[in-house]
Each structure stands twice: as structure tokens, then as C-alpha cells.
Design a protein around this ligand. Structure first.
Ligand code: 3EB
Length: 325
């Protein structure tokens, strides 16, 4: 849905700032990747390296928090961060788990006056287990799509997303939601994931390539989905780490220039020292080569690398990003 940011004033809009560094208050969320400590969120993936040890989503006002029916929430003004964390020994159908998780999360978001999805992260075990349409990721996509459909959320109501597999036996879903909708941006080099053809599963992945959040001061926070070596709808450079990284770089350039022009924010065309990168690598031993590539491509940008399975078994690496412009 094309929305002019200048025409979507956020009445009680908390400023949201995503920074590298130890959890500070007031924070809507603090994802700790390496060390323990404090009230932090965990993604359940092993830390491989990088200088982004903790990613804090800071707000400029007090944060209320609570729990309801398995959902933990933190709210500041018109922004809400929801977490769902449940045991998943990978014997239960992920379609059922996803349906249940999203049903509860959406209900909670609505109940707290923040019905619009702005960013979603999904972490689950054994994501590539199962053949064809029985693959756990495809089952997850089915349940997620059904739940969203049930809630009346169509393509325009999706948000930037990440879905990654790990070794930790839990399904963890984190959702940032708001009272006002974000602005979704698609990548001209890629078919929208929610329009992927049937060959990738019974229901397409429910996410937007990026979601922009206009800030009260006029800046825009751009949250970029997990991005992989996918052009059109196809995986490119199977088995070739550097090939996949170069394709991700091209996908970022394309998405950033699209975002800059759609939002009228020229500064968004490239990552800078205020950006953050999260890298998910299927093989821990690919980290040194990945680190060297990133140091060349984006020398100033803080990065964390985590050991995670990408949702297509032919992908070795996926990178998500946050930037401001
Ligand atoms: C892709 O481009 C890679 O299912 O929520 C990236 C980000 C991917 C989010 C999701 C999947 C998801 O299709 C996979």
C-alpha cells in the first residue's frame, strides 16, 4: 500500500532508535547475541562473531511490560514488542504451532491498540527437515499464512520479516507492532515473497522486503527483511558463499535505492555508521570469509554473525539490516 509518510502523522509516536551496545533503558527490546545479563531477548542461535553483541531498540519514553496467555509484551506510546517462546521438539506440525503463535500475537497486538505489524522475527528448530511440502519451513509458512488470513491481514498488512532455523528446541516469534501502519517497500530485483510460485510450498512466505517507520522528527527507520541470494524467485549461486554475498549486496543496493526514492529520503541509499547488520550463516566456518567481505562492502557498519539455517536449503547466508535516513 503506497502511503505518503508526511500524511501519516504518528500522534503519540515514540521515537525508535536501534543501536549497538549493552541494554539501556528505556528499551522496547534488547536482543543479546553473545553475553547474558538483564532483561534481554534471546534468538536461540550461536554467536559466531562481530561487534554487535547486543541490539537495543530504544524509545524516548517509559516502557510498560507484562505477560498474557503466553505472550510477553513491552509497550511505549504507540509501539509494542511482543514475544512468543514455546518448546518445539520438532515433532509437532509447525503449521499448527505457527497458527497458534500468530493467532495469539495478533490478538494481543489488537488488544493493546497496536494492530499493525511492523517487523517479525521467527526462529525454530529443524527448519529444513522434511521433504517437499512437508519441509518444516513450508509447514510454518502454511500456518502463518492461514493465521494472518483468519485475522483479515492481506499482503498490504504484512511487514519485514526473518525466518531462521537453529539448534535450540524452541519456536521464538518476536513482533514489533504499532498503532499506525508502517510503509512496506518491495525489491525491484525480487518477486514479492508473498507472490512466490507454488514450487516453494503450499503457501507463500508472509513478509514484505522492508518496512519503513516514519519518526516524529521526520527521519525514517528502515527495517530490512532477511535478504538472501534470491533474484526474481530463484536461488542463485548454490554452494558459492561469495557469489551469494555479492547477490545480497546487489539486493540491498536495489532495495535501498527503491526505499530512498519511494520515501523521498536520499540518505537511505546506502548503509552508514548508524546502520546495523545481522548475518545468519548455515556453516560456522564461513564466518571468516563473510567477515572479510562485509569489512570491504560496509566497513563502518556494526555486524553480528549467528549460526542459523536459512529457510531454503540451497542458501548459505542471509542478512537483515536496520538503517536510518
Ligand atoms: C527469501 O528471500 C529468503 O519466511 O519470514 C527471508 C525473510 C526469507 C523472511 C520468512 C523468509 C522469511 O525468500 C527467505
Amino acid at each position: 500500500m503506497a502511503t505518503d509518510p508526511s500524511r501519516t502523522p504518528r500522534l503519540d509516536g515514540a521515537t525508535l532508535q536501534v543501536v549497538s551496545g549493552p541494554a539501556r533503558e528505556p528499551a522496547l527490546a534488547a536482543f543479546a547475541f553473545a553475553e547474558a545479563g538483564g532483561a534481554v531477548l534471546r534468538v536461540g542461535l550461536d554467536f559466531l562473531g562481530g561487534d554487535l553483541l547486543c541490539e537495543s531498540w530504544l524509545v524516548d519514553r517509559p516502557v510498560a511490560s507484562g505477560q498474557a496467555d503466553g505472550v510477553s509484551w513491552r509497550q511505549a506510546g504507540e509501539l509494542l514488542l511482543l514475544s512468543w517462546d514455546v518448546e518445539d521438539d520438532s515433532t509437532v506440525d509447525p503449521a499448527e504451532l505457527a497458527d497458534r503463535a500468530y493467532g495469539r500475537l495478533i490478538a494481543q497486538a489488537r488488544q493493546q491498540g497496536c494492530p499493525h505489524l511492523l517487523r517479525a522475527w521467527n526462529f525454530m528448530p529443524a527448519i529444513n527437515q522434511g521433504e517437499g511440502d512437508s519441509e518444516r519451513y513450508r509447514r510454518f509458512c502454511l500456518g502463518r499464512a492461514r493465521s494472518l488470513e483468519q485475522a483479515g491481514i492481506d499482503a498490504s498488512g504484512l511487514c519485514a520479516g526473518t525466518a531462521i532455523g537453529g539448534d535450540d528446541p524452541r519456536l521464538r516469534v518476536f513482533i514489533l507492532a504499532g498503532r499506525q501502519p508502517g510503509i512496506n517497500i518491495e525489491n525491484p530485483r525480487q518477486i514479492s515473497a508473498y507472490r512466490y510460485p507454488r514450487i516453494y510450498g503450499p503457501r507463500s512466505p508472509s513478509f514484505a522486503r522492508a518496512t519503513a517507520l516514519p519518526q516524529p522528527g521526520g527521519q525514517v527507520l528502515l527495517m530490512i527483511s532477511g535478504t538472501a541470494s534470491v533474484v526474481g524467485h530463484r536461488t542463485l549461486h548454490e554452494g558459492d558463499l561469495i557469489g551469494q554475498l555479492k547477490e545480497i549486496e546487489s539486493n540491498f543496493h536495489s532495495l535501498l535505492s527503491e526505499s530512498a526514492s519511494r520515501l523521498g529520503r536520499g540518505k537511505l541509499v546506502r548503509f552508514d555508521a548508524g546502520s546495523l547488520l545481522r548475518v545468519y550463516l548455515r556453516c560456522a566456518e564461513d564466518w571468516p570469509a563473510t567477515r572479510d567481505f562485509l569489512a570491504q562492502a560496509w566497513p563502518k557498519v556494526p555486524v553480528v554473525a549467528l549460526r542459523g539455517d536459512i529457510c531454503r536449503s540451497d542458501l548459505l547466508v542471509e542478512i537483515e539490516a536496520v538503517c536510518v535516513g
